[in-house]
Design a protein around this ligand. Sequence first.
Ligand code: PEP
Ligand code: MN
Length: 338
Amino acid sequence: MIIVMAPGNTEEELQAVIARIQQLGYRAHVIRGVERTVIGAVGHEDKSPLAVVEQMSGVEAAIPILKPFKLASAEWKRERTVIDVDGVTIGGPKITLIAGPGAIESEEQALEAARGVRAAGAELFRACIYSHYMTPYGGTDSTREKIEIIRRVRAETGLKIVTETFSLDDVETIASFADVVQIGARNCQNFVLLRQVGRLRKPVLLKRGMSTTMREFIMAAEYILSEGNSDVILCERGIRAHDETETRYALDLNVIPVSRLQTHLPIFVDPSHGTGKRHLVAPMARAAVAAGADGLMIEVHPHPDRALHDGAQSIRPSELAELIGQLRRVAAAIDRTI
Ligand code: PEP
Ligand code: MN
């Protein structure tokens, strides 16, 4: 339910409405706009306190949100969410590029990749610090060392860091050095982990689970929002449609216009995991921008042939630079910039 306060309502009236909502077992999320203050009341729909609240002083209207997701919905928040990642904007008219290797392999590899992606025009650096996530035999993780490498990358290049958290145990550690905390496709419906990152005051990039419907994907974002973290970035990375062997996943670009219509959250696309093949990354990246994506996440490795992880889908920094040139022209055609 959305409660629209009347223009010029007093703070006492607002607080009285919040108290009443909470008494009725709902959580209140307040958005103070320039002209209007709006309260999102989230709770069980079956005992909707619509009529009770509508009669309270200072309330203009109480409107039910029909979608199963509430705080993620465009009904609840009309303006699109714009996230400030330490000076880099996500979700505005400008399209944002996240690029970097699948995983940190060495300081040399990470720095070479980072310098390359920064020179190409990316503003955020992606890299996973674990090697065990695709198989239990991924080798010995020296997580602390990799965190130090990432810190050096950030200090030297100024790139903002996007890296993945895998469990409740490492959320705080990841959040201590990452600018954006990533939830991977495999954890898209790990609701306990989603709630945990919802308690952070750091942007979260939520990758779509390979078997989630669009609605389930947006509901996953709702778990993060419901804990008070309003900085959620959706990221399409391909779904499992059928036994396709030409591509790694089916990159579902439908989710771009659907999420833009139904939610206010920025939507990114990862054409690297979405295709699994280097030569498909650029065409699908161009298509994603044309379809309205707010940003891209692209795997870039200085030496893809030697990459320890996902080399087949990694492009070189020089290829990223060429791609960004093309993307600028696509973006201009739809009145956006990169
Ligand atoms: C990644 O981005 O490093 C990754 C593992 O992607 P996904 O979770 O989409 O498979
Ligand atoms: Mn990868």
